[in-house]
Design a protein around this ligand. Structure first.
Ligand code: ADP
Ligand code: ADP
Ligand code: ZN
Length: 215
């Protein structure tokens, strides 16, 4: 299955991704995770991307497209993949169509819908695992042991771009640059809308139902 997860920052894409890849046995490709890894390791890509990310702006399309292109070339993507956080602009979406061609068409785009008012609390309370990238929340999804990842015992941290100021800019960027993709994929008849304001487990149930009823 070739899938995209779409939705505003804080919608729950990363959280749902962990369950989806487990259920459908496909690799999780999160451009945000890839950038954070490169920043941590101080690679040339990380150095180029860091300022944009810290300001809540998008990393330029050409950097992201090349990165995804080479990731999709790896063997584990042969039977499908879950893209999380990509595409985020129409330029990226069009480039992806070209990369995939006719033989690897996308199956579905899962659009997780959450209203703007809920996003700030979700993002400022988010805590991420340093080792596996899992997302927790201080109130909505607390880890069993404070500051420790339930999945791998890794240490939890707060992302530098998860501040009130940066969130405002990220939400604007989403509305201006990423929202048009909802229309783009609706016209292709592959968009599945899911109510992301429900409990985490209920959102996943709805994703499974939406994918199942389409098969
Ligand atoms: P969130 O899950 O909160 O939406 P991500 O982890 O997906 O955030 O992305 C973090 C940041 O990395 C974004 O704010 C942006 O600066 C950069 N980024 C990630 N994916 C892309 C992309 N496809 N295009 C441009 N920038 C991206
Ligand atoms: P995204 O990848 O879309 O930016 P995340 O999956 O990282 O979003 O979730 C953002 C924050 O909201 C995290 O702290 C996560 O624990 C929390 N969260 C995710 N889904 C829900 C939900 N359905 N209800 C409440 N909080 C949620
Ligand atoms: Zn972990």
């Amino acid at each position: 299955m070739r899938l995209i997860l779409l939705g505003p920052p804080g919608a729950g894409k990363g959280t749902q991704a962990k369950s989806i890849i487990n259920e459908y046995k496909i690799p999780h490709i999160s451009t945000g995770d890839i950038f954070r890894k490169n920043i941590k390791e101080g690679t040339p890509l990380g150095k180029k991307a860091k300022d944009f990310i810290d300001k809540g702006l998008l990393v330029p399309d050409e950097l992201v497209v090349d990165l995804v292109k080479s990731r999709l070339d790896e063997d584990d993507c042969e039977n499908g993949f879950l893209l999380d956080g990509f595409p985020r602009t129409l330029v990226q979406a069009t480039a992806l169509e070209e990369v995939l061609g006719d033989s690897m068409k996308l199956d579905y785009v899962i659009n997780i819908e959450v209203k703007k008012e809920l996003l700030v609390d979700r993002i400022t309370g988010r805590r991420m695992c340093k080792d596996c990238g899992a997302a927790f929340h201080v109130s909505f999804n607390p880890p069993k042991k404070e500051s420790v990842c339930d999945l791998c015992d890794g240490e939890l941290y707060q992302r530098k771009d998860d501040t009130v100021e940066t969130v405002a800019s990220r939400i604007d960027v989403y509305l201006n640059e990423t929202m048009p993709l909802v229309d783009f994929y609706t016209k292709k008849d592959i968009l599945l809308n899911v109510d992301g304001e429900q409990e985490i487990s209920k959102v996943f149930e709805d994703i499974k139902k939406a994918l199942g009823s389409e098969e």
